[in-house]
Design a protein around this ligand. Structure first.
Ligand code: R5P
Length: 295
């Protein structure tokens, strides 16, 4: 057991985790992982462990990563770690926050209760908190911190896209699009979206002059790209120039990315919340400030 604080991660998040460890000036160690032929995982932590362990684990591929995270947390406790801070820039299982049809599992609540058994603090970025107001509702731990990527995104836009108009695809996006627009000192528009299925959405653009207007789409995440593809079609019909899109979490597959580009969104930019090749906007400063506030 060492007295210091250490940051650890699996290989999948190593680059972002090391950036965060550097920003905090703390040690970084990688968690070893072996996958058996049937898909089962073997996880090994390098000993000795500190009293306070920061585990960086963004939760895309959630069904695998949550199991491996639990294996790591439980092992750390058994080896004497007193405090575990989970940094999960992308937090999975946040969509299903109510029983929409009888018998549906309310995953946000169930996974929140499960992970809360293993961690003392959680720091995440732009989680899907649309009907549930606070992360603390389902994460009953010492610190359940929900950060916004609006500042790094706004600064990125200010530097590279001066004079652009930001567009959010639905009313929920106004909370972050308006802040990013004020940081980037540009206009913004908010569309209206109705979702009919995983890939099927209907979008209505707000009344505005779109002809030759430079538009940058901004959202919290790309999942299938259905939202972007639909909005891009409407913007092109109105004569807008689509510069690209900027999102906090880019979860889309290569095939979906090709479909988004073919639909007229020339580039996808995201934060490094996930290890996607569109990641250009580092979150290390945002995350390190939040960690410094609680240690
Ligand atoms: C919706 O609530 C979110 O803010 C995103 O607009 C949505 O998750 C994007 O999903 P997709 O890329 O599948 O349209």
């Amino acid at each position: 057991m060492t007295n210091s604080i250490t940051l650890i991660s699996f290989e999948h998040s190593q680059a972002s985790a090391e950036r965060l460890a550097n920003a905090l000036s703390i040690n970084y160690t990688r968690i070893s992982r072996h996958q058996f032929p049937d898909g089962e995982s073997l996880v090994r932590l390098s000993l000795p462990l500190p009293r306070h362990l920061v585990i960086y684990c963004s939760l895309s591929d959630p069904n695998n990563r949550i199991i491996e995270l639990i294996l790591a947390c439980d092992t750390a406790r058994k080896k004497g770690v007193e405090r575990i801070t989970l940094v999960a820039p992308y937090l999975a299982y946040m969509r299903q926050d109510q029983e929409n049809h009888p018998g549906e599992a309310v995953s946000q609540e169930i996974i929140g209760e499960l992970l809360s058994r293993y961690i003392d603090d959680l720091i995440t970025v732009d989680p899907h908190l649309h009907r549930v107001e606070s992360l603390a509702t389902n994460y009953k731990i010492d610190n359940a911190i929900s950060l916004h990527a609006t500042a790094p995104i706004g600064e990125y836009i200010a530097e590279r896209y001066p004079g652009v108009t930001l567009m959010g695809p639905d009313s929920e996006s106004e909370q972050w699009v308006s802040v990013a627009a004020s940081i980037a000192n540009c206009d913004y528009l908010i569309a209206d979206k109705v979702r009919y299925g995983d890939r099927k959405v209907d979008i209505t653009l707000p009344e505005a002059d779109y002809q030759q207007r430079r538009i940058l789409l901004v959202d919290d995440m790309i999942s299938t790209g259905g939202t972007l593809i639909t909005i891009a079609g409407l913007l092109k019909e109105r004569g807008a120039i689509i510069e690209g899109c900027v999102v906090t979490h880019c979860l889309c597959s290569d095939d979906d990315e090709s479909r988004i580009i073919a639909a007229g969104v020339p580039q996808i930019l995201s934060t490094d919340s996930l290890e996607h090749h569109s990641a250009r906007i580092p979150l290390a400063a945002l995350l390190s400030n939040a960690i410094k506030d609680i240690i």
